[in-house]
Write a protein that binds this ligand. Structure first.
Ligand code: SF4
Length: 317
């Protein structure tokens, strides 16, 4: 027919997914909340990559941002506080064919989930992690979080917090086997999109720190960060995260940073007077625990059963 050879195969995708295919419900975050921008950019990325919703999983813990899976028409797990990482690691280990995303907040990740966070970095399983950091507990209405800066006035610190905050970038870069660490901000959607895309394309644990505005409980901090052009610094490098020239021009300050240089990345992360946007560090050769699981060590089912039987026999009475 039409002059085509009968054995010619045209391999078209069975369905083209639109943004609507990844969207579900109406996001119940406050108007102006930075979470909306993260949701929009993530859905946009899934469309660009044409990820199958039936093979995509969003895992979260507890907090405002952790409502994220409710708004994705994919598989999702809105779980226990601080336990997004163990769930995501379990999913990825047993189902390496799935695309796994983790959405966590500053309280969820850096407080109750800190132990799980550290070990998930080290295990370096292939997943895209977004820490939406607004430096406050929003869901429970204004208590300081582990990332709240000194002087933050809240319901638990009416005179202002006095303990120096956890720096999520510095912490992640300090863990052995960290393989991808980047930073972006909710008010720069073009930069955020490229950052999420780079994180998704990295084969390993991609840690993306998103500076997220909470206009309800951190209004002045968000305004200051989003409008003070002296604070934001765009990290440029041919192997980094690149935005269009028009977007790059909006940054008053730029610096060249080689994302293979871990020492330089750690030094930048310690400079809390500035906010560095882009890729701090990437190591494409870091070992991945999900690969170890995916290969199942090369054993057949029978061989695994034989090993288990041998172990059980040791305890026979
Ligand atoms: Fe967003 Fe803050 Fe509202 Fe929570 S309280 S939904 S973080 S604006």
């Amino acid at each position: 027919m039409y002059g085509l050879k009968s054995d010619l195969v045209c391999d078209l995708p069975s369905k083209h997914f639109s943004v609507e295919d990844y969207s579900k419900g109406v996001a119940r975050w406050c108007p102006g909340c930075g979470d909306h921008a993260v949701l929009n950019n993530t859905q946009k990325l899934l469309k660009e990559k044409q990820l199958d919703p039936a093979k995509t999983v969003f895992v979260s813990g507890i907090g405002c941002s952790s409502r994220f899976p409710h708004y994705m028409d994919t598989y999702g797990f809105h779980g226990l506080h601080g336990r997004a990482f163990p769930v995501a690691c379990g999913v990825k280990f047993r189902r390496p064919d799935l695309d796994v995303f983790v959405i966590t907040g500053d309280g969820d990740c850096c407080s109750i989930g800190a132990g799980a966070w550290i070990h998930a970095i080290r295990y370096n399983m292939n997943m895209t992690v977004m820490l939406l950091n607004n430096e406050i507990y929003g869901l429970t209405k204004k208590q300081i979080s582990p990332t709240s800066r000194i002087g933050t006035v809240s319901n638990t610190t009416p005179e202002g917090s006095i303990i120096p905050p956890i720096n999520p970038i510095q912490t992640t870069l300090g863990v052995s086997n960290a393989s991808f660490v980047a930073q972006t901000a909710d008010w720069n959607p073009a930069h955020m999109y490229e950052t999420i895309k780079a994180g998704f394309e990295h084969k390993g644990f991609s840690f993306i720190h998103v500076i997220q505005r909470c206009p309800i409980f951190q209004l002045s901090l968000g305004k200051e960060l989003a409008t003070n052009k002296d604070v934001m610094h765009y990290m440029e490098h041919e192997d980094g995260i690149t935005v269009s020239e028009d977007i790059a021009k909006t940054f008053k300050h730029k610096l060249s940073h080689d994302p293979t240089d871990l020492s330089a990345a750690r030094k930048l992360a310690m400079d809390t007077d500035k906010v560095f946007m882009g890729l701090f560090y990437r190591d494409e050769n870091a070992p991945r625990y999900d690969e170890y699981g995916a290969s199942n060590l090369g054993y057949t089912i029978e061989q695994k059963e034989a090993v288990l039987d041998a172990e059980f026999d040791k305890h026979a009475i």
